[in-house]
Every structure is written in structure tokens, then in C-alpha cells.
Design a protein around this ligand. Structure first.
Ligand code: TRP
Length: 454
């Protein structure tokens, strides 16, 4: 068997590169498109508090665990579990991650494609002067078309494949080092604009003043699902990225920094959106239409609106791109290392299969609208199944594996870079991954599925 040559494995070149690539994966549509509407539907500030607790108590430990597994093994998620636990079915956790990667890439790239349609419409003058009713019609009719959603999806997918083809250092690291700062600047500009609108204060209040009456078991499940989705954890993205991280990198600080950047960008997105939404007297709980109908309506009414509209959808596209590359990298690493394909072949096969899956997802309101399972169309099915089932389950199994089935000294060795770093947090971390995280994830998960009520 020819076999993959692991001595020629690519890696990240710098500390900054690691942060930018991992933050690029974390910061995405989840922060800018998903977080604001989930927050809006789940009690604003109260949701934010629960979300914060989950990030610290569960998100960061899970992220550290993924990085540990990745760097220890220098493998893709399936290869990593096979290596750490031969002859046991743990590699199935890796397989589950690959399945989740396909599903996420499908619906996620579909939404990313919508941002391209909006950029195109803004440039072509197709948004300017439209009333809310017209914008609603525009969005609905665009989504239910056959050709355009599939076309934009394909363009976005090819852009993703192009970067991944460049490799880890020359494709992923290099592009995220440029795109992430650009995204940040655009988002700060949006915040300044939004916060200076008359009546903006009510949006800030909504974001930060907790309404605990809105908190139910479902809210907590939503917060957990959002945390996993937003941090890109639970499916091996960070096992894969971790496997490219140099030996002297401090994994714990990397996990903390990446999570903080992710949280910060989500809050900034909230600050870019809610003050403007409240300034125009719109209800914050507008579902996914918040981004694609409500905001374009608001852009009509502010000075320089089309410039901000362009900036907003452009930043959304950037955020999406730095995330889609991370999901595709998982699939490509798996194909090339486990199935012995060249990187190029792996990318071609991944892209070709994504065409089929993703175009089906992007036509969920068009020709595929009647294809439903559990009353969800393909898009919603992928979205719901990954965020609320596969990612929490994956996260649970990842921490349970490290906490219970893998020697603690090896984990400690990896976190301390072979004993050269002090790891004072270690007992706390170990306690969390053995007890707190698995129990919390399991409870929230069963509750969300209606199997347990509290
Ligand atoms: N974290 C990204 C976002 O918030 C999406 C994403 C990228 C992701 N890679 C992932 C989600 C892996 C879950 C798992 O938009």
C-alpha cells in the first residue's frame, strides 16, 4: 500500500496564523446571521448570559480537547481516533464528524451563496428603493428559484475549494490573515453607524438587559447548540486544525483566545444589528429573515445605506468563506489521509459530492420544497441535525473520550508541551471534561429532544 506520507504533512507557520485560521473557522454566519436571530428569539440579554456560561464551562474545554487530540495525533478526526484507540469503535466519532461536515457545508454554503446574490443585487441597484414588502417578495422568490441559488452556491463552493487547494499554510493561513482583519474593520464600521442612529439605545438595552422569563429548557439547548456551532466544535474541525498546530503553541491560550474573538464578534454583530432594528421600531425576533429582509429594509432608510449594505453582505461573505474552508479541510484531510487520495483528488471528490448535496439544500424552497423529513426541508434538516444533535453528541463523546478513556498524563503532556508549561488549570479542566461537560451536554441534549423534562 502506498499510504499517505505523514512526514510531508502541511502545518501552520505562525502563532498569529493559528489564531487567524481557527478564529476564521469560528467566526462565520453563526456569529452574524445565526447568533442575532437566536438571541432575538430567546430573550436577548438573558440568552447572552447563558451563552457566556456555556462558552466558559463547556465550549473552551471542548475546544482544548479537540486541539489536544489533533496535535497529539497529527491526523484527521477519523485517523486521530483510530490512532488513540485502536480496535475500539471510537473512530465512529470521527466518522460522525465527517458526516456533519458534509451536512454543514451543504446548508452553510447555500446561505453563503445568498450573500453573493445580495452583493450582486446591491451593485446592480436591485435593492435600492424597495419597500419591506418588496424585499420580502424578492427574498422569497429568489430562494424558491431553481437556477440562481444553485449558481451562487456553486460559485461559493469553488472559491472554498480554490483556497483549500492552496494548502494549509499557503491557502488557509494566508487567506485568513487578510480576510479576518478586513471583516473586523467592516463590522466596526457597521457598529458605529448603527449605534449612532437615533433611538439606538433600546437595541443596546435589549442586547444586554436580561429577561429571565424567556428562559426555558429549549433556550438552554439553543444556547448550547449555538455555542458548538459558533466555536466550530463537536465535529473535528479543531482536531483537524489542531493537527497542523506547531509543537510550541500553547493550546489552552489558543482555545481561550479563539473563543473570546468569536464571542466578541458575535456581540459586535448584535451591536451592529439590534440598535438599527430598534431605531426603526422593528421586532427583534425576525428569524433568519432578520439578515435578508429586515436589514436591507433598514439600509434603505439610513444615509449611505447602499454602501453599508454592500459592506455588510461583503463581510458576511468573508465570514462564511473562512468557515467553509475549515469544514472542507476536514473532509479533504480525511479523504487524503484515510483513503489515500492526493490532495487534489480529495478536493475534486469533496467538491463534486458537495455539488449534489449542497444544491439540494439550496433548492429547499424551490424544486426540492416538498422533500421533507420530520416536517423539515433539506436545509432545515441539515441545520437542525448538525447544531442540535451531531455537534453536541460529538462534543460529548470527544470530552468523554479524553476524560475517561485516554490516559490523563498524555493529555497533561500535550497541554503543557511536554512539561515545559505550567498548567495550573489542569485539575479544573480535567474535572470539567470528566463530569461537568458530559453531564451538562447530556442533560441539555435530552431535554431538547423532549426525552427529559426539567
Ligand atoms: N463556526 C462557524 C460559524 O459560526 C461555522 C463552522 C465552521 C462550523 N466550521 C464548523 C460549525 C464546524 C460547526 C462545526 O459560522
Amino acid at each position: 500500500m502506498s499510504g499517505f506520507d505523514f512526514s510531508k504533512r502541511d502545518s501552520f507557520g505562525s502563532r498569529m496564523g493559528v489564531i487567524m485560521a481557527a478564529a476564521g473557522s469560528a467566526v462565520g454566519l453563526g456569529n452574524i446571521w445565526r447568533f442575532p436571530y437566536i438571541l432575538g428569539e430567546n430573550g436577548g440579554g438573558a440568552f447572552l448570559i447563558i451563552y457566556l456560561v456555556i462558552i466558559f464551562a463547556i465550549g473552551i474545554p471542548v475546544m482544548m480537547s479537540e486541539l489536544v487530540i489533533g496535535r497529539r495525533t497529527q491526523r484527521n478526526p477519523v485517523g486521530a481516533f483510530r490512532m488513540l484507540s485502536s480496535r475500539r469503535p471510537w473512530f465512529l466519532v470521527g466518522m460522525m464528524g465527517i458526516v456533519a461536515a458534509f451536512m454543514i457545508l451543504a446548508f452553510y454554503t447555500a446561505v453563503a451563496g445568498w450573500t453573493l446574490e445580495y452583493i450582486y443585487q446591491i451593485l446592480a441597484g436591485g435593492i435600492q428603493g424597495k419597500s419591506s414588502a418588496e424585499l420580502t417578495v424578492m427574498f422569497d422568490s429568489f430562494r424558491s428559484e431553481s437556477l440562481r441559488p444553485a449558481l451562487w452556491f456553486s460559485i461559493f463552493l469553488l472559491a472554498t475549494a480554490g483556497i483549500v487547494l492552496g494548502g494549509v499554510r499557503k491557502g488557509i493561513e494566508k487567506s485568513t490573515k487578510v480576510l479576518m482583519p478586513l471583516l473586523f474593520i467592516l463590522l466596526v464600521l457597521m457598529c458605529i453607524k448603527s449605534l449612532t442612529l437615533p433611538g439606538a439605545g433600546r437595541g443596546v438595552e435589549f442586547l444586554f438587559r436580561p429577561d429571565f422569563s424567556k428562559i426555558t429548557g429549549t433556550t438552554v439547548l439553543m444556547a448550547l447548540g449555538q455555542a458548538f456551532f459558533s466555536l466550530s466544535i463537536g465535529m473535528g474541525t479543531l482536531i483537524t486544525y489542531g493537527s497542523y498546530i506547531p509543537a510550541d503553541n500553547k493550546l489552552a491560550s489558543t482555545a481561550v483566545q479563539v473563543s473570546m474573538v468569536d464571542l466578541f464578534i458575535a456581540v459586535l454583530a448584535g451591536l451592529a444589528i439590534f440598535p438599527a432594528v430598534f431605531a426603526f421600531g422593528i421586532s427583534p425576533a425576525s428569524g433568519e429573515a432578520l439578515t435578508f429582509i429586515v436589514l436591507p429594509g433598514i439600509f434603505q432608510q439610513v444615509s449611505g445605506g447602499m454602501i453599508f449594505a454592500f459592506a455588510f453582505f461583503f463581510l458576511l461573505a468573508i465570514a462564511a468563506l473562512t468557515s467553509t474552508i475549515s469544514v472542507m479541510e476536514v473532509i479533504v484531510a480525511y479523504f487524503s489521509e484515510q483513503l489515500n487520495m492526493s490532495r487534489r483528488t480529495a478536493i475534486i471528490i469533496a467538491t463534486a459530492s458537495m455539488f449534489i448535496l449542497g444544491i439540494s439544500a439550496s433548492l429547499s424552497w424551490g424544486v426540492m420544497r416538498d422533500v421533507k423529513l420530520f416536517n423539515l426541508n433539506i436545509f432545515d434538516l441539515f441545520n437542525f441535525t448538525t447544531a442540535n444533535i451531531l455537534l453536541p453528541l460529538g462534543g460529548l463523546l470527544i470530552v468523554a473520550f479524553l476524560g475517561w478513556f485516554f490516559p490523563g498524563h498524555a493529555v497533561r503532556d500535550e497541554l503543557s508541551n511536554g512539561g515545559t508549561l505550567r498548567v495550573r488549570y489542569y485539575s479544573l479542566y480535567r474535572f470539567i471534561i470528566r463530569f461537568i461537560a458530559p453531564v451538562a451536554i447530556a442533560l441539555v441534549f435530552l431535554n431538547g429532544l423532549g426525552l427529559l423534562r426539567f
